[in-house]
Design a protein around this ligand. Structure first.
Ligand code: COA
Length: 174
């Protein structure tokens, strides 16, 4: 079952994020890694900024979470995490497809350039990597990330981004 998380589930969301984020350890640049990967304050800040978390629940237990944030004229997928022990079983795909169906806005995703599994996952679902120049432009426009994180990130966009009536300039891809 996929459903909205409520505020009482903060600790569970926090635990899923920091369990799943172990995938980044030793993969993303060392100066970008910290433990816990996301602090409680950061998570609170993200929620206060409008990231709405949805969860995949099975037998009363949350297995994965995915956030969505409306920013200006687009929607961002934020903080997609599936518990390590349940990865590669289609849960991420279900969450992504569910959130896709909940917005008519173009969906954008930012992730670490080194998280090749995540990039492959989104490309498999029709998202496309934008050029480095476009990535920098989009990260500045829709996210607030430090310069170092911009250098080490990629941005993927869904096909809607390129539709004639979609917001935003049409731009190069790679
Ligand atoms: C990225 C992430 C959210 C995807 O969630 P997931 O539940 O593992 O995703 P899925 O199971 O739908 O798809 C992942 C892979 O499993 C495969 N898969 C899906 N169901 C499967 C099954 N029943 N048997 C075997 N493989 C399966 C998919 O084909 C996909 O393979 P591919 O990446 O080689 O194309 C998850 O891997 C994760 O939490 N990673 C760590 C954190 C992270 O990178 N987050 C992304 C931040 S933007």
């Amino acid at each position: 079952m996929i459903r909205r998380c409520d505020s009482s589930e903060f600790e569970t969301i926090y635990a899923i994020i920091n369990d799943a984020a172990q995938a980044y350890k030793g993969v993303i640049p060392a100066d970008c890694w910290k433990e816990p990967y996301m602090s409680e304050d950061e998570l609170r800040h993200e929620m206060a900024e409008g990231v709405l978390f949805w969860a995949y629940e099975e037998d009363g237990e949350l297995i994965g979470v995915m956030g969505i944030q409306q920013v200006q004229d687009v929607a961002l997928i934020r903080h997609a995490y599936v518990h390590t022990f349940r990865r590669n079983q289609g849960i991420g795909a279900k969450l992504l497809s569910f959130l896709r169906g909940r917005t008519t806005r173009p969906l954008l995703i930012g992730t670490w350039a080194d998280a090749v599994w995540a990039i492959r996952f989104y490309v498999k679902h029709g998202f496309r990597l934008v050029s480095p120049e476009e990535k920098n432009r989009l990260l500045k426009k829709y996210w607030s990330v430090p310069e170092r994180q911009m250098d080490t990130s990629v941005v993927l966009v869904d096909p809607k981004w390129f539709e004639p009536d979609s917001r935003g300039p049409h731009s190069s891809m790679e």
